[in-house]
Design a protein around this ligand. Structure first.
Ligand code: DC
Length: 242
């Protein structure tokens, strides 16, 4: 299938959920570009909370202090200003933290701070506010279930922990960082358990989500599949993008 870029936005609200390293960001950015929508990776917001707490020497287990940080900090996502492999700039209170939010310290504490009800409420309200204007692809864990339950289209991207770890390993290798693959697998499995077993807004597919297992699919194949589904929705409005 050949996919041509659209010249007018679809206006759709699209949720894309899935576990760590399931390819949501790569796929989501390409997909959003094709349908001329904004793409918001909500993982950035939880990572920003974890980083801001760490930088303020707050113990990730100190729930009230972490919630206060989540309510207070200003998080901005802007087009990339530096050509260093980033897809966008992430700023906390005006400071560039694009790479810091991907640090080991943040990777270790982000699932812990994401369990707090107050943190989730603060992030969910901001995400719902951003989505109100429509024409958005929102990536996360609970977008189809909690943040945007009325989304026009919901996807759930999945892949085995081994495949996801291999992809993360290759990504880091491209940046010159060599990781221990078995450690990456263990860390991904650990985050899966934390993300899907938490009490508030656990990671799970919405009942009406389209699940795509990406184990054996290329990025293009996943995006193509999503475009097919977008067309099904648009066809209802007599408007297609292929
Ligand atoms: O997608 P990611 O790996 O960058 O997400 C980082 C963490 O943020 C993830 O371990 C769980 C949390 N998260 C969440 O709880 N809800 C979301 N909508 C997005 C991310």
């Amino acid at each position: 299938m050949t996919v041509y870029p659209l010249f007018i936005p679809t206006g759709l609200i699209i949720a894309v959920d899935g576990p760590a390293a399931s390819g949501k960001t790569t796929v989501g950015l390409r997909f959003a570009k094709l349908i001329r929508a904004i793409c918001l990776d909500t993982g950035i917001m939880y990572r920003a909370v974890a980083l801001a707490a760490l930088n303020s020497k707050i113990d990730p287990l100190d729930e009230p202090a972490v919630v206060e940080v989540a309510e207070r900090i200003n998080i901005q996502v802007k087009p990339a200003s530096v050509k260093d492999g980033r897809s966008y700039d992430v700023l906390i209170d005006g400071a560039d933290v694009t790479w810091e939010i991907r640090s080991d310290g943040v990777n270790r504490s982000v699932s812990e701070v994401s369990v707090y009800k107050g943190v989730r409420r603060a992030m969910t309200l901001r995400q719902q506010d951003i989505a109100r204007a429509g024409n958005i692809v929102m990536l996360g864990r609970d977008i189809g279930t909690v943040v945007l339950p009325d989304a026009d289209l919901k996807f759930y991207l999945n892949a085995s922990a081994e495949v996801r770890a291999q992809r993360r390993y290759e990504e880091e290798k491209k940046r010159g960082v060599i990781l221990d693959l078995s450690e990456v697998i263990a860390s991904i499995k650990h985050r899966d358990v934390l993300d899907s077993s938490r009490k508030h807004a656990p990671l799970k597919p919405a009942e009406d989500a389209i699940t795509i297992n990406t184990d054996t699919l290329s990025i293009e194949q996943v995006v193509d599949r999503m475009i097919v589904e977008v067309n099904t929705v648009l066809r209802k409005h007599s408007f297609t993008c292929d």
